[in-house]
Design a protein around this ligand. Structure first.
Ligand SMILES: [Zn+2]
Length: 145
């Protein structure tokens, strides 16, 4: 059986070990950078017919928002300054948020432009065929039945 003094010594030893471990863990954990805030100017926002208002409007400032790119799955941060530009300068809908990283956004933009060009080319081709057919009908001899 241990004496009271022995037990106290053991407890003290355990406590110092635990304190050291906690301190080491605190040092190892990267210090979270201070939240960067950018003030919202609600007058610059695009009007919305919604009953509610977005979180950043209620809060009064933008904060950096982490998100995962929906195309490549890479974690990203949508900075407060980028949000201010998006909502107040680009006048984007206040309920939209970042979905893709910059390279994926550019890729998606090019893909859409290419698809739109194919669409327009198709329409032009169709219109050309239609006008050709109209001309063909006009020049058709009347004797034909
Ligand atoms: Zn991406």
């Amino acid at each position: 059986m241990k004496s009271g003094r022995q037990r106290r010594a053991e407890i003290k030893l355990r406590r110092t070990a635990r304190r050291a471990a906690v301190a080491a863990r605190a040092q190892r954990a990267p210090a979270k950078p201070p939240e960067r805030r950018v003030v919202v100017n609600p007058e610059n926002l695009r009007p919305t017919n919604s009953y509610g208002s977005p979180r950043f409007v209620e809060r009064g400032y933008y904060v950096d928002l982490p998100f995962t790119c929906k195309a490549c799955g890479v974690p990203q941060v949508w900075t407060a300054a980028q949000q201010k530009w998006w909502y107040e300068s680009a006048k984007a809908d206040v309920w939209t948020t970042a979905a893709r990283c910059r390279p994926c956004r550019i890729r998606e933009r090019n893909r859409k432009a290419a698809a739109h060009k194919v669409h327009l080319d198709g329409l032009a081709k169709k219109a050309g065929q239609r006008s050709m057919r109209a001309k063909g009908e006009a020049s058709r001899p009347e004797t034909r039945r």
